[in-house]
Design a protein around this ligand. Structure first.
Ligand code: SAM
Length: 255
């Protein structure tokens, strides 16, 4: 029986076999990899992944789709978690985890922040996202796309946009273009975990009104002597600060 795509679950199924192969080649799954797919849907990526792997974990919210997957795949090869990926404990799967998925666009930012918490357990991630979201993720300072998402994710991950996927590769076709992004957790410790909360608050405050100067937006955090010590001009805006400068500010405040 055909499955009626559900808008509320962001269901745009990949139907172009060339794009599927390009994604699988980018992931390069190898026997023995610990891999989890978020939102397997009708299995466009699941099936070719299982050609290279003996086993795969998937997290899928839609019960009807889970039923279909149970009918098609054996428990030995596919472990299915029915539920919301935003609440899933990815740390419980083990370490050196690889995560992949053609992510539902309506939850893309929250899922990236959720996965950031498990960066220590993660080897790499390959996701299909809305092209504009990927542009914001990989944006450099002093460009229009650079914002909170860029700083928070670039702090934790090295990221690379791999290729663009046009709407006609999906059923139903989404209104926007998509892009594949590779994310690899950074291993160097840039600041103590205790200071990461300060970092997140400074970044949020700085970008809360992106047209305003840092002197205004970070009034509650940085004093003139802090700007001098950090060698940051307080007349700049959040979009002008590098990730390293945000880290330095958080480290100074944490002292
Ligand atoms: N991987 C398939 C493909 O490439 O054709 C499906 C991709 S579709 C864009 C997104 C999938 O994520 C759907 O199967 C949808 O049901 C599932 N999904 C949506 N929200 C989810 C959530 N919060 N947690 C887990 N899966 C979710």
């Amino acid at each position: 029986m055909p499955h009626n795509p559900r808008k509320r679950f962001g269901q745009n199924f990949l139907v172009d076999p060339h794009v599927v192969m390009d994604i699988i080649r980018a992931i390069h799954p190898c026997k023995g990899d610990l891999l989890v797919e978020i939102g397997p849907g009708l299995g466009a990526l699941t099936r070719p992944l299982l050609r290279s792997l003996d086993h795969l974990h998937v997290v899928e919210i839609d019960r009807d789709i889970v039923e279909r997957l149970r009918r098609e795949f054996s428990e030995k090869n596919l472990t299915i978690y029915q539920g919301d990926a935003l609440e899933f404990d990815f740390g419980a799967l083990g370490s050196n985890l690889r995560a992949v998925g053609n992510l539902p666009y309506n939850i893309s930012t929250p899922i990236l922040f959720h996965l950031s918490q498990f960066a220590e357990n993660i080897r790499d991630m390959h996701f299909m996202l809305q092209k504009e979201v990927v542009a914001r993720m990989v944006a450099a300072p002093s460009t229009p796309d650079y914002g909170r998402l860029s700083v928070m994710l670039q702090y934790r991950f090295q990221m690379e946009q791999l290729f663009i996927v046009p709407p006609e590769c999906f059923r139903p076709a989404p209104k926007v273009e998509s892009a594949i992004v590779r994310m690899i957790p950074r291993r160097e410790q840039l600041m103590e975990a205790s200071k990461e909360k300060v970092f997140a608050s400074i970044v949020s405050a700085a970008f809360s009104q992106r047209r305003k100067t840092l002197r205004n937006t970070l009034r509650d955090y940085l004093k003139p002597e802090d700007y001098a010590a950090l060698e940051i001009d307080s007349n700049q805006r959040a979009e002008n600060l590098s990730v390293a400068q945000f880290v330095a500010a958080a480290n100074r405040l944490g002292e």
